[in-house]
Design a protein. Structure first.
Length: 479
């Protein structure tokens, strides 16, 4: 089909399109002669060709703008367009990071506001904005734990406790930071087994990494007990804030005893997550750890904003000052939402997840029957006799223009289907999703091959996912 062709294939000599924003003459003057090329093999197409090409390519992709995207653990909520517009304001976009501080007061103010808002929401004293992703925030947090013990002359603390249900980045970050990882087991209710935690606590433990709600979508109700145990033992508590969404306006990690947190603001506060970025994983700390934050942090001095390097800072962890554009969206999201509406985010996210849980439990195997928080985990289809796997269910969903939920994570559930509807989806969308999943459960009994061969309607059919990830074909042709 003509519109399936790539732009290089429809090129015809002499066809042109114009973009008034690109001033070729000025570019030619600005660029030294030896860097200019006249024989580029570019497609020759009209503006209409270009518009159709990119529109058609974009439709081959799946995004939260196109359909429901219930990824568990990844909070793929709709990100209001106003936040993108704010991040595109000329004054922000065109500001060079080396602009003198005096001429950057507006940007520093925004960074300071992001710090203050995140601190208030999480119950921390100060937030550093440098990390570029959740996993980066984890690493920085662990370096802070390490340096804290070193400054206290406590060099034997070489171990970090991580639950068996943790996101893979947690043990990975702990290892990269040079710690030995010890696993704490979950109990039959999907929560950290506190008795096991007591058994593995020694004076070599530097701290524990937890998410709350945890990765099976359950609130760790023994968190105060755990925090007491860790603190009495001389360790610190690290909060992986990827799951903060359901707590917004309701609970603060600081009140649960956490000493260090990171947030995935690219999930919770309005930057589309996925596709590898852009992200930000700001790290917040309690007062006692303020001096260890990576520099620079923004402080207010009278009416002026300035960069400061904390006394025991673990140092710089990236170029310049973090992913500034992401923080513009964070501040814009929080200001347009308003403080009083924050808790509605958490309430609706929890309500939506429980609606899915109750509506699907007759067809899909519920792992933990108690009320969930923002996400619910099923262990595949309830009726296992059909041989249909979670992977088949996920692939079939694509035929209904629904992105599959997270599958085969967390590892503690073997056929995991992990769904996080988020607060931004309507009842009609959830009802459609439930109807589709019920139809799939019926197909598993009546026509299982349709599931084994799915997807049927996507531009490419079932892929070898390992090869697709390891050897992606990124070029249209070998140039
Ligand atoms: C629970 C949890 N922790 C940490 C991360 C890592 O965050 P990032 O992908 O920004 O590195 C994720 C990512 O999805 C997560 O779900």
């Amino acid at each position: 089909m003509l519109y399936d062709k790539l732009i290089f294939e429809i090129s015809q000599k002499g066809r042109i399109a114009h973009d008034l924003k690109v001033e070729t003459n000025n570019l030619k003057k600005a660029l030294p002669k030896h860097l200019q090329r006249n024989n580029l093999d570019l497609p020759e197409v009209t503006e209409l060709d270009v518009v159709r090409h990119y529109t058609n390519v974009s439709l081959k992709n799946f995004s939260v703008d196109k359909g429901f995207y219930p990824l568990g653990s990844c909070t793929m909520k709709y990100n209001p367009k106003i936040n993108e517009q704010m991040a595109n304001l000329e004054g922000f976009v065109n500001q060079h990071p080396l602009t003198p501080i005096k001429a950057s007061q507006g940007s520093l103010k925004l960074m300071y506001e992001a710090d203050r808002m995140i601190s208030e929401i999480t119950g921390m004293d100060k937030v550093g904005l440098a990390p570029f992703a959740g996993a980066h925030g984890e690493l920085i947090g662990l370096y802070i734990i390490k340096k804290y013990h070193e400054v206290n002359g406590d060099f034997k603390r070489t171990k970090i406790i991580v639950p068996d249900s943790a996101h893979g980045t947690n043990p990975a970050s702990a290892s990269v930071a040079g710690f030995e990882v010890i696993e704490v087991k979950s109990n039959e209710n999907g929560l950290v087994n506190v008795e096991h935690l007591k058994e593995i606590l020694t004076d070599e433990v530097a701290g524990i990494m937890l998410t709350n709600p945890n990765t099976v979508g359950l609130f760790e109700k023994d968190i105060l007990k755990m925090s007491e145990l860790i603190h009495e033992n001389g360790g610190l508590l690290y909060y992986d804030g990827a799951n903060l969404n359901p707590l917004l306006g309701k609970g603060k990690p600081g009140m649960m005893g956490f000493d260090i947190i990171h947030l995935n603001v690219h999930k919770t506060f309005s930057t589309p997550h996925g596709g590898g970025g852009p992200g930000a994983g700001p790290v917040g700390v309690v007062k006692e750890l303020r001096d260890f934050l990576p520099g620079p942090i923004v402080e207010k001095d009278g009416n002026e904003y300035k960069f400061v390097y904390p006394k025991h800072s673990i140092g710089r962890v990236g170029n310049f000052y973090g992913n500034f554009g992401v923080y513009i969206k964070t501040v814009s999201y929080l200001k347009t939402l308003g403080k009083n509406n924050l808790e509605k985010v958490g309430q609706l996210a929890v309500l939506n997840a429980n609606y899915l849980k109750e509506s699907l439990k007759d067809d899909y195997k519920l792992v933990y029957p108690q009320a969930c928080m923002h996400e619910v985990v099923f262990d595949g289809l309830k009726d296992k006799s059909t041989g249909i796997k979670t992977l088949d269910v996920a692939k079939r969903l694509l035929d209904f223009n629904v992105h599959p939920p997270t599958i085969y994570f967390p590892l503690v559930v073997s056929e995991a289907l992990m769904m996080e509807p988020t607060e931004t989806e309507s009842k009609e969308t959830l009802d459609h999703y439930i109807k589709v999943l019920k139809q799939i459960a019926k197909e598993a009994k009546e026509n299982p091959d349709i599931l084994r061969e799915a997807p049927h309607t996507t531009p490419v059919r079932r892929l070898d996912e390992v090869t697709a990830a390891r050897e992606p074909k990124l070029k249209f042709k070998d140039l």
